[in-house]
Design a protein around this ligand. Structure first.
Ligand code: ATP
Ligand code: LTN
Length: 335
C-alpha cells in the first residue's frame, strides 16, 4: 500500500460556543464527531471568533466557552485522539480568513441564507463580520486540508462556498487546498423546533419549549416533548405535511437506530401521547450519562485547560504549514 492510501482521511468541524448546546447540534453534528474519531484523523474546534458576529456579554462569553468545551468532552470528544481547540488560540484562522476574504466575491456572500436570517434577526448590528463569516469558516476547514466536515444540513451552503473559494484559489496558484466534502447525517440532519416544526431547532428560538438543550433536566425534556406540536391525523407515520411527527420520528430514529418502518409498526394503533412520551424518554436516557459526566468535569479547570492548550499547539503547527504555503504562492515574503 502506498503512503497515500494508508493515510486516514482528515475530518474537521467546529461549533460556535454561543449559549446552550441543543439537541439539534447534538444529533446534527456532535454525534458524528464522536463516531468518526476512531476511523478518521479528526480535529475539532470551538468557533469563538465566529460568535462575536453577534454581540456577546464578556462574562457570559467566557463561561459559555468553558461550558461548551466541557460539554463536548462529556459527549465523548476525546482530545487525546482528536485535538479539540479554541479557535482564537490559533492565530492562523484570522490570518487565512483575511486572505480568503480577498478571494471571495460580494455576490456569493450575499446569497448566504444564514447571513440573510441573522441580519434580519439582528437588524441593529449587521456588521461586516456577519457578512464575511463564510470566509472565516472556509479558513477553519482549509487550514487542516480536511476531506470531510461533519455538520448539520443548514451548513451545506457554507461548505459549498468553501469549496468554491478553494477551487478558485487552487485554479490561480496550483494545489494549495484540499477540496472538502460536507458529511451530513441521514436522519436528524435538520432537527426542527418542537413548537414550530417548519423552522430549525435553534437556541435563538423565542419559544423555550421549541428547543431542547443537552443539559435540560430529564423532566424538562419529557415535558417539552409532551408539548410538541403535531397534527390531527393521530397516526404515527412519516408523510408530507406532517412536519411535527416527521421531526419526532427523525429524532427517535437517530437515537434508537430504528428505521421509520419499525417506528410506524411500534406505534401502530397507539396515540401521539404515547409516541411523544417514548421520544422524550429516549432523548432523556441518551443524555443522562452525558449530563453526569459534564458535572464531573466542568469544574476541573486544570484538566480543561490542559486539553485545550495541548490541542491548540497541535492545531497551530498543522495549520501554519497551510498558511505559509498559501502566503508563499500569493507572493508574500515569509519571515
Ligand atoms: P443558531 O441556533 O444560532 O442558528 P446553530 O446552533 O445553528 O446556531 P452552531 O452552534 O454553530 O450554530 O451549529 C453547530 C452545528 O450544529 C452545525 O454543524 C449545525 O449544522 C448543527 N445544527 C445546528 N442546529 C441544528 C439543527 N436544528 N438540526 C441539525 N443540526 C443542527
Ligand atoms: N458556521 C458553523 C460553525 C463553524 C464551522 C466551522 C462548522 C465555524 N467554523 C468549520 C464546520 C467547519 C455553524 O454551525 N454555525
Amino acid at each position: 500500500m502506498t503512503e497515500q492510501t494508508e493515510r486516514k482521511k482528515r475530518v474537521f468541524s467546529a461549533v460556535q460556543p454561543s449559549g446552550g448546546v441543543t439537541l439539534g447540534n447534538y444529533l446534527g453534528a456532535l454525534k458524528n464527531w464522536v463516531k468518526m474519531q476512531d476511523e478518521f484523523d479528526c480535529i475539532y474546534a470551538l468557533a469563538d471568533l465566529h460568535t462575536i458576529t453577534v454581540r456577546q456579554e464578556p462574562a457570559k462569553m467566557r463561561s459559555n466557552i468553558l461550558d461548551a468545551y466541557a460539554l463536548f468532552l462529556a459527549c465523548g470528544v476525546n482530545p487525546e485522539k482528536s485535538p479539540f481547540f479554541i479557535q482564537s488560540h490559533v492565530n492562523t484562522h484570522a490570518q487565512l480568513a483575511w486572505i480568503l476574504n480577498c478571494y471571495t466575491q460580494f455576490g456569493e456572500l450575499s446569497r448566504m441564507t444564514q447571513f440573510k436570517d441573522k441580519s434580519q434577526k439582528h437588524a441593529d448590528n449587521v456588521n461586516a463580520g456577519l457578512f464575511t463569516y463564510p470566509a472565516l469558516m472556509a479558513a477553519d476547514i482549509l487550514l487542516y486540508q480536511a476531506d470531510m466536515v461533519p455538520v448539520g444540513a443548514d451548513q451545506r451552503q457554507h461548505l459549498e462556498i468553501t469549496r468554491d473559494v478553494a477551487q478558485r484559489f487552487n485554479g490561480i496558484y496550483g494545489n494549495v487546498f484540499k477540496i472538502p466534502e460536507a458529511y451530513v447525517p441521514k436522519t436528524a440532519a435538520r432537527v426542527m423546533s418542537l413548537q414550530d416544526p417548519q423552522n430549525k431547532m435553534s437556541k435563538s428560538d423565542t419559544n423555550i419549549n421549541g428547543c431542547v438543550y443537552i443539559l435540560d433536566p430529564p423532566e424538562t425534556i419529557i415535558k417539552k416533548f409532551k408539548r410538541a406540536v403535531t397534527d390531527s391525523d393521530a397516526c404515527v407515520r412519516y408523510a408530507d405535511g406532517k412536519d411535527g411527527i416527521n421531526n419526532l420520528m427523525g429524532i427517535y430514529s437517530s437515537i434508537t437506530g430504528k428505521s421509520f418502518a419499525d417506528i410506524e409498526s411500534e406505534f401502530a394503533g397507539k396515540g401521539y401521547g404515547d409516541f411523544k412520551q417514548a421520544v422524550g424518554e429516549a432523548v432523556a436516557e441518551e443524555l443522562r450519562p452525558i449530563q453526569q459526566r459534564y458535572k464531573e468535569i466542568r469544574d476541573d479547570k486544570q484538566y480543561l485547560e490542559a486539553c485545550y492548550k495541548r490541542s491548540a499547539e497541535f492545531a497551530q503547527s498543522i495549520s501554519q504549514r497551510t498558511l505559509d504555503k498559501a502566503m508563499k504562492k500569493i507572493g508574500f515574503i515569509l519571515k
